[in-house]
Design a binder for this molecule. Structure first.
Ligand SMILES: C[S@@+](CC[C@H](N)C(=O)[O-])C[C@H]1O[C@@H](n2cnc3c(N)ncnc32)[C@H](O)[C@@H]1O
Length: 908
């Protein structure tokens, strides 16, 4: 169940008088418990309560008590040994009049009237497996409003199917924005009486609701007509109570969809909510899904957390404003300068959605301005921060509508907060007709015409769509082409978000704007780095600040959330750049550094390039052998058995085979492996002979000349890299990004390693320890290509470039021991496969310890202690890489009699 569905179920429960017997089960059902679970609880099979209530293990202990005994019952639930035994997360007591609950993990409590339970449903979302950030818990109102509006939207589309067509969707979206404004206005004194809009619809419409659209249309017409013009415009007296609002919101068509009786009752119900409590930043993100048919399933879940947005806005410019405020102290002149500076700051989000970055930037700036005014003794001064300085582009019409509205609401709320209601009202109406949220395609529009420089500073921000190249539509690819054509042919490999960075760099070149976007980390990894970043740097921009990978909690559900980075680019960076990262213990580390490279690592701008041989003293890593056989050289276990049954001698030609599937998932597979000298003998076995004929046939019909040539030797793999060895270390080429460790291991003697694996024949055991280390994991994650999110290991780009310090004999012994310990720890769980053992959440403790020890030993060899986080690991690896490649370059130059290049190679 999503949050909106839960809200609806909780509201339905609280709307009825309590049924003491049923309450615990209906409550649990509202949070997504299945019927089978409830049946078991009812029967008492899984109910562990010792207080006559309902206790669900790992979840909640609920009890309905006698009137007036709620507090006592809650204390009893908390103290109950059964609650502790069952590791319950919540206790809840109610008598049907009042309601109290406690989150036993955080200690937070809720106490309210029973009927107000829906206002607090967010508190219990963890019961439905929805992990919430505090703001989501506090935004129960926004979820409720979204839920109600969604019902109305769907109902209206049912009654007015033509409003759902592409041509009329814009009208529908505009209509909804008008409604939201009316609901907000009637609860916040913008309208002359509380509930003016809702009660007008209730009283003026016929009971069967046939004329609801006419009544609403008349109200809208009044809001579009100046008071002085109303008589001439025949606005009826009852509609004359509405103020003149106009602006972009109430101009244009006054068309209203028809309302069924149900739709009208939904509308009245929505009007009953307390719209004062709306959070324009949160509500906007949530409500977006209403207008998108495919997104409704996740209604109420789309939510970009305010702390995450501040991770970008603070280093982009807010920190600097606050620092200036601190420095200004009570100095009126300096405070004035800061206020003047802020009045000319433009914030521009070219993928603004419902405007959350703009709203938060606006609110934060208003808070700073209010503090300036307070210190200057002008607390009632009107704001000089104009909404027209907050500009956006959004391709979808509904979020664009909501972004405009959200900014108006934010402005009004700030005015009320800092100047009082009367001032706020005086300044609000009529609305401004200027509309700076443009509905259009940001990669095609000219940013300079939307946000021209006008003397002040401009900060470009947002979280544009990430979209890897395989997910882009045809027209999105075209968008990228239009941005990158003439600059690089590699644009096809870039994520869609790269287009925003390029446009921002061009815009910054013309305006001196500073830009920062949230992005997928893939634009700072592997193949995208050499395509995108030299182009950005060529415009004179540098990475001014960055936040390395972290989870972007924009879905308040089930641990979801993409891994993102934040990158700020500027042409005017001082001496220091700021790099934020999350340490292994979860705290944020800020590192001040001279430069940040395109991999988001402190240090000079180098690009890691493929090498044919290892940079360090590492064994050679090669591909496995490629069959090119149409599957005819392969046998599963039963086919192998049958073949041996047909002829015992066949065992000379059957080998165990290990490709990535076999290695990771422990599957058994065999292949025919026949030496040239044995072909005649092998052909004597009928099944083998038939298989070889099939291989020859397949190869002959190939379009590739090389494959056709190999038709004459069907007993052999198409590409043979197998070497006779005592053991072979294997690394799959593609593996899941969800494992904390890269899969690596040994295969039995004589096993043929397939080409979906890399092989290190007779490599020392310590190479397993190196590949299984966190250091190697971060290196591969950073420099190698990703397939969607999966790791695509590369011997030339990942292994041959890996900077490993020279091992002493003792180091070798220690690391070899670590590799042995890892292999032994795996043995202890035999026959568990690599896939079984390396699930992040369920990795056996012994195995995890072996890996921890391995990291400890290896990291001590690098720096004498454990690294604090991956950023530190990468910093060291890049430092070593730079040193080693420069040293090797110098040696090569000396040998070739060339003079050393001046300075360090930089990206150009
Ligand atoms: C990841 S959302 C971010 C929106 C908002 N900041 C939030 O957190 O909800 C990206 C937004 O970019 C919009 N978008 C996608 N392609 C676009 C384009 N070519 N031009 C402008 N906006 C676009 C999407 O409709 C979406 O609203």
């Amino acid at each position: 169940m999503n949050a909106v569905e839960i809200e609806a179920a909780v509201s339905a429960l609280a709307a009825q008088p309590i049924d003491p017997e049923e309450f615990p089960f209906t409550f649990l059902q509202a949070f997504g418990n299945k019927q089978t679970t409830l049946i078991r609880l009812r029967k008492g099979e899984s109910n562990k309560s010792d207080l006559g209530g309902v206790l669900q293990i790992h979840n909640i202990h609920i009890a309905v008590c006698a009137p007036g005994a709620v507090r006592k019952m809650l204390a009893a639930l908390k103290a109950s040994p059964a609650t502790a035994r069952a590791k319950a997360k919540f206790v809840l007591a109610t008598d049907g009049h009042t309601f109290e609950a406690e989150d036993l993990t955080s200690g937070e409590t809720v106490a309210c009237a029973y009927a107000e339970l829906p206002d607090h449903f967010g508190f219990f979302l963890p019961l439905a497996g929805i992990t919430t950030v505090k703001q989501v818990r506090d935004s129960s109102f926004d979820i409720r409003a979204t839920s109600r509006l969604n019902r109305l939207y769907v109902e209206l589309l049912k009654d007015n199917p033509e409003w759902g067509t592409a041509e009329r969707r814009l009208d529908m979206n505009h209509f909804l924005a008008r409604l939201i404004f009316c609901f907000f206005a009637e609860d916040t004194d913008i309208f002359s009486k509380p509930l003016l809009f809702t009660s007008t619809v209730e009283q003026m419409c016929a009971k069967d609701s046939f004329d609801t659209h006419e009544v609403i249309g008349t109200v809208f017409r009044a809001m579009n007509t100046r008071v002085t013009d109303r008589a001439a415009a025949s606005v009826p007296l009852w509609a004359d109570q509405f103020p003149y609002v106009n602006g972009w919101l109430f101009s244009g068509s006054m068309d209203v969809p028809r309302f069924s009786r149900i739709a009208r009752s939904y509308l009245l119900h929505i009007g009953g909510l307390d719209w004062k409590r709306i959070n324009p930043d949160i509500f906007g993100s949530m409500i977006q899904a209403v207008a998108e048919d495919e997104e409704r399933g996740a209604l109420g879940m789309h939510y970009t957390s305010v702390p995450n947005i501040l991770k970008l806005l603070n280093p982009l410019f807010l920190d600097h404003l606050r620092a200036q405020l601190d420095e200004a102290g009570d100095n009126p002149r300096r405070l004035l300068n800061l206020r003047n500076r802020m009045s000319r700051i433009r914030v521009f989000d070219p993928a603004c959605g419902s405007g959350n970055f703009l709203v938060i930037a606006y609110k934060e700036m208003r808070a700073i301005e209010a503090e300036i005014n307070r210190r200057r003794g002008e607390p009632d001064r009107r704001s000089e921060i104009s909404l027209t300085n907050f500009r956006g582009i959004e391709v979808r019409s509904f979020p664009a509508e909501i972004a405009r509205l959200a900014l108006v609401i934010a402005e009004y709320q700030c005015d009320v907060l800092y100047s009082g209601r009367r001032e706020a009202l005086r300044d609000l109406l009529p609305l401004d007709t200027e509309n700076w949220i443009i509905c259009g395609n940001a990669l095609r529009l000219d940013w300079l015409s939307i946000c021209p420089p006008e003397g002040g500073e401009t900060y470009v921000c947002g979280n544009p769509p990430y979209l890897g190249s395989t997910w882009q539509s045809h027209s999105q690819k075209f968008d990228l082409k239009s941005v990158f054509a003439g600059r690089t042919r590699g644009w096809k490999s870039l994520d869609y978000v790269a287009g925003w960075f390029m446009k921002a760099a061009d815009y910054g070149s013309a305006t001196n704007a500073v830009a920062a976007f949230v992005s997928t980390n893939s634009i700072c990894q592997g193949q995208q780095v050499p395509i995108l970043w030299p182009l950005i740097f060529a415009t004179g921009h540098e990475i001014a600040f960055a936040h390395t990978s972290f989870k972007w909690a924009n879905l308040a559900s089930h641990k979801a959330g993409v891994t993102v980075v934040i990158i700020g680019i500027s042409r005017h960076v001082g001496n220091r750049r700021r790099l934020f990262s999350i340490s292994d213990d979860g705290t944020t580390i800020l590192k001040s550094t001279e430069s940040i490279n395109a991999y988001l690592v402190p240090g000079p701008n180098i690009i890691v390039r493929k090498r044919s041989k290892p940079l360090c003293d590492l064994p050679e890593m090669d591909f496995g052998s490629k069959p090119v056989d149409g599957g005819h050289l392969f046998l599963d276990a039963s086919e192998a058995k049958e073949l041996l049954f047909e002829c015992m001698n066949a065992q000379d030609f059957v080998r165990a085979y290990s490709n990535s599937e076999e290695f990771i998932h422990g599957k058994q597979r065999y292949c025919l492996w026949i030496d040239d000298t044995d072909v005649k003998r092998a052909r004597g076995i009928q099944t083998i002979s038939q298989r070889l004929d099939a291989v020859a046939e397949m190869r002959r019909s190939s379009s590739k000349a090389q494959t056709r040539r190999s038709a004459s030797t069907p007993h052999k793999f198409g590409e043979i890299r197998h070497r006779v060895s005592r053991h072979t270390v294997v690394v799959p080429r593609v593996s899941s990004e969800n494992r904390d460790v890269l899969p690596v291991g040994l295969v039995r003697d004589g096993t043929i390693v397939g080409d979906r694996n890399f092989a290190l024949y007779d490599a020392p055991l310590w190479s397993i320890a190196v590949i299984a280390s966190r250091l190697h994991w971060v290196w591969i994650a950073t420099v190698c290509v990703r397939l969607e999110m999966r790791f695509s290991y590369s011997n030339t780009l990942g292994w041959n470039t890996f900077p490993l310090p020279m091992f002493t004999e003792k180091n070798q012994q220690d690391v070899t021991r670590c590799a042995e310990d890892i292999l032994l720890a795996r043995e202890a769980y035999s026959p568990a496969t690599i896939a079984d053992l390396y699930e992040s959440d369920t990795m056996p403790a012994g195995l995890r310890e072996a890996h921890e020890r391995n990291d400890e030993v290896l990291e001590r060899i690098y720096i004498g202690r454990r690294f604090r986080n991956d950023t530190e690991r990468l910093e060291k690896l890049f430092e070593l890489y730079t040193e080693m490649t420069e040293r090797q370059g110098a040696i090569r130059n000396r040998k070739a009699g060339r003079r050393p290049p001046e300075g360090r190679a930089r990206l150009t």
